[in-house]
Structures are given as structure tokens and as C-alpha cells.
Design a protein. Structure first.
Length: 57
């Protein structure tokens, strides 16, 4: 599961961050931008909910 971004109106995409690198089923992703952070959620193997709060460096 990777976070990718585009700076040219979706013409090209670049990998920004790998959230997961192992095997698994990743479902129901959601990204919300609020308060200067990105809040990312998804399910892993439909058993656990994963949450990341990403803030700019």
C-alpha cells in the first residue's frame, strides 16, 4: 500500500511513501486532509483497521 502524488494535474505520479510492504489484502482506503495533516485509514485483511496521521516535515 503506497501513497502517491502528482504535481502536474495527474499526468504523472510519484511514490511518496510506502505504508505497507508485506503481503495482505488492503481494503476501504480513505484519506482526509485536516489541520495540516493527512489522515489515512484502510483495513488490513478485513480484520484490522489501520490509521496513519501524516504531517509535513
Amino acid at each position: 500500500m503506497s501513497l502517491v502524488g502528482s504535481t502536474d494535474n495527474s499526468e504523472t505520479w510519484s511514490r511518496l511513501l510506502d505504508l505497507e510492504t508485506g503481503e495482505g489484502e488492503f481494503s476501504y482506503p480513505a484519506i482526509i486532509a485536516a489541520g495540516g495533516s493527512l489522515h489515512v485509514t484502510y483495513t488490513w485483511n478485513r480484520k484490522n483497521i489501520v490509521y496513519y496521521r501524516l504531517r509535513p516535515a
